[in-house]
Ligand binder design. Structure first.
Ligand SMILES: C[S@@+](CC[C@H](N)C(=O)[O-])C[C@H]1O[C@@H](n2cnc3c(N)ncnc32)[C@H](O)[C@@H]1O
Length: 276
């Protein structure tokens, strides 16, 4: 027996609200997940059931809608997740950009759907070793979920979170708490990154273009139409021959002819006919 009544109608209404707000598709198989995540919220608010929660959500949209969306997003991430992307940055992307951007000495990277920050911090650790200190290297890290973004900005991680980092990285970029249970990112690493709240489906306020966009393990939750629109927009906001990295189970169809598939979920913009 479930603690709160959760009807088909409630599930459909929730799925439609979520899809319209952020593109996440909640299929039938997500029903249990939706129940357990929102039941927590219903308990906190001391409401009777899902129907009452949906009424509450409508009445207190300003206050509750963010918490509603935050409950639904899946935020799994880790430092140097899908490490082959970081290996590619070292072996190919950085040497290419060191030549291509040598006049401007400027590198712009966007971690789109950065979750709790492990992805942009991994990028910052990698990039600062690859570009000279007089280069202007900046990472924009965005997410829709305000909770994960606060966590990312704070940059405090458990010992388990930083498990994948080596002792040199930990020593250089983190401050260990006195009890040894948490690690805080040092300001000199945070300096590379601007964290901003952004819904990928809405307007993007950024003016400049990017050399690399990472949108990893985000579009997996979207339908084809949303993905196609997003890939087109990524194409428009990338520099000529800029790079786009997707997550391990995400692919871009061949119809996106503005991108060349480099393999291993990496793509490169091909405005130039002689793209390598
Ligand atoms: C599974 S995490 C991926 C984190 C990281 N990129 C990685 O690969 O480890 C997916 C993130 O996408 C965010 N997200 C989902 N829909 C979004 C949208 N419409 N706009 C912005 N972020 C979104 C979620 O909040 C979540 O933090």
């Amino acid at each position: 027996m479930k603690a709160f009544l959760f009807t088909d109608k409630d599930f459909k209404e929730i799925a439609s609200l979520v899809y319209n707000a952020c593109g996440i598709v909640l299929g039938e198989h997500k029903r249990e997940m939706v129940y357990s995540r929102l039941a927590r919220r219903i308990r906190e608010l001391k409401l009777a059931d899902f129907k009452t929660y949906l009424e509450y959500l409508k009445e207190h949209k300003d206050r509750e809608f963010d918490a509603f969306i935050n409950s639904i997003t899946t935020n799994l991430t880790s430092f140097f997740r899908e490490n082959h992307h970081f290996e590619f940055i070292k072996a190919q992307l950085a040497p290419t950009l060191l030549k291509a951007n040598k006049q401007s000495k400027r590198i712009r990277i966007w971690s789109a759907g950065c979750s709790t920050g492990e992805e942009p911090y991994s990028l910052a650790m990698t990039l600062q070793e690859l570009f000279p200190s007089d280069w202007d290297v900046k990472i924009l890290a965005t997410d829709l979920d305000s909770n994960v973004l606060t966590k990312a900005q704070n940059g405090i991680y458990t010992a388990a979170n930083v498990n994948g980092l080596n002792s040199k990285q930990l020593k250089r970029w983190f401050l260990k708490s006195k009890d040894g249970e948490s690690y805080k990112v040092k300001p000199k690493l945070q300096e590379f990154i601007s964290f901003k709240r952004l819904n990928l489906l809405q307007e993007w306020p950024m003016k400049g273009k990017f050399d690399l966009i990472l949108c990893r393990n985000v579009v997996i939750y979207f339908d084809k139409e949303t993905k196609d629109q997003l890939f087109k927009r990524y194409g428009n906001i990338l520099n000529e021959r800029g790079y786009l990295f997707l997550g391990h189970s995400e692919t871009m169809g061949k119809e996106h002819s503005q991108f060349k598939n480099l393999g291993k979920t990496m793509y490169r913009k091909t405005d130039n006919v002689h793209a390598v």
